[in-house]
Design a protein around this ligand. Sequence first.
Ligand SMILES: C[S@@+](CC[C@H](N)C(=O)[O-])C[C@H]1O[C@@H](n2cnc3c(N)ncnc32)[C@H](O)[C@@H]1O
Length: 342
Amino acid sequence: MPLFYNPLEAAAHRLSVVPPMFDYFGAMGLHALVAAARTGVFDALRERPSTAGDLAAALGLDPHATGVLLRALTGLGYLRVRGGRYRLTRTARRWLTTGSTTSLLPGLVFWERTARVLWPGLEQAVRDGAPARPFYASLADDPELSRSFHAWTAAVAARQAPAAARRIPVPRDARLVLDVGGGHGLFSLALLRRHPRLRATVIDLPDALPPAAAHPRLTPRAGSFLEDDLGSGYDVALLFNIVHGLNDEEAARLLRRVAAALDPGGVVVVGDQFGDSLMPGRASRALVHLLDLNYLVTVGGRVRGLAEVTGLLRAAGFGRVRHRRPLGSPTTELAIARKPLR
Ligand SMILES: C[S@@+](CC[C@H](N)C(=O)[O-])C[C@H]1O[C@@H](n2cnc3c(N)ncnc32)[C@H](O)[C@@H]1O
C-alpha cells in the first residue's frame, strides 16, 4: 500500500504506543483492491472522476457500500477525493487499470489467490520446512490459480525482458538458446528480436508453454527440466525466476544439467531476485523476506544472495560470474557466466 506514516504516527509506532494494526488489516487492503478491480471501479475512474453515487449507478453497485470502499481506497493511497468526486492516484492509474501498459492487474488476482489458497499452509510449512502441497500440483487443481500465475509471470516478463535482453552477452556465432522454465517465452522472444540468427527452445510444463506459432524461431517443448533430456549444443541458457523455486539439491542438479547442455564458451544467465543486493532500506528488505516466506510456503525454494548463486554456478563448472542490473527491471537481476572452453 502506498502509505507513509506522518512523523507523529511514526513516533507512535517506534514507541509502541499503538498496536501493529496494519499487519492485522493487511489482508483487508488486498481484498479491497481486488473488489475494486473486479467491480470495474479502477477502470471507470480512469475514464472520469466520479462521486460514489454516480459510480455505483454506472457499475450497478450498492451506493452506500461503494462509498465505504472508495473511502478505504482513499485511505490506502489509491484514490484522492475533492468536492465528493473520487479520482485515481498515479499509483492506481499506473498499476491497477487495464488500459495501462504497466498494468499488474493479473498479479493482483494471483497474489490474492495465493494468499487465500496457499498461505494457510504457512504454519505447517514452518513446522516441516517444506510446503504442505507442491505448488505445481495446486496449479493443476485450481484453474484460476494457474491462469493468474501464468498471466502474472507474463506481465512481469513483458516489462523486464527487453531490458534484460540488452544485457545478455550473446556470443558472436551463437545459434541456439535454451530457455529453462521459460513459460510464456517472452525472455527468449526479446533475445530473438535482437539477434536474427538465434533460435530458441523453451522447455516447460505443458500448461505454461506458448503456442508453437508464437514465433517461427521459437520451439516450445513440454517436459521437466529436472528429469527430461535438455538436449545439447546450446550457446545461451536462460534461467529466469527458476532458481528461487528450487531447493539446494535441485538448484545444483539443474545447473549441472544446464552446463552439460551448453557448448564450451556458452553463456548461462540466471535472472532472479538476489536478496543481498537489492535497494537498501527496511521496506525493500521486508519485501524480500516476505517473498522468501512465499517461496517457502509455495514452492519450497528460497531467495538466494548473489554470493550463493555464484557458488552454485561455480560448483556446476561455470567460470567468473558477472552481476548485471538491467534498467527497467528493478527486481530481477542477472548473474551471467560462461562454460569454460575446455
Ligand atoms: C516463476 S515461473 C518463471 C517463468 C519465466 N521464466 C519467467 O521468468 O517469467 C517458473 C516456470 O518454471 C516452470 N517449471 C517449474 N518446474 C518445472 C519443471 N520441473 N520442469 C519444467 N518447467 C518447470 C513453471 O511452469 C513456470 O513456467
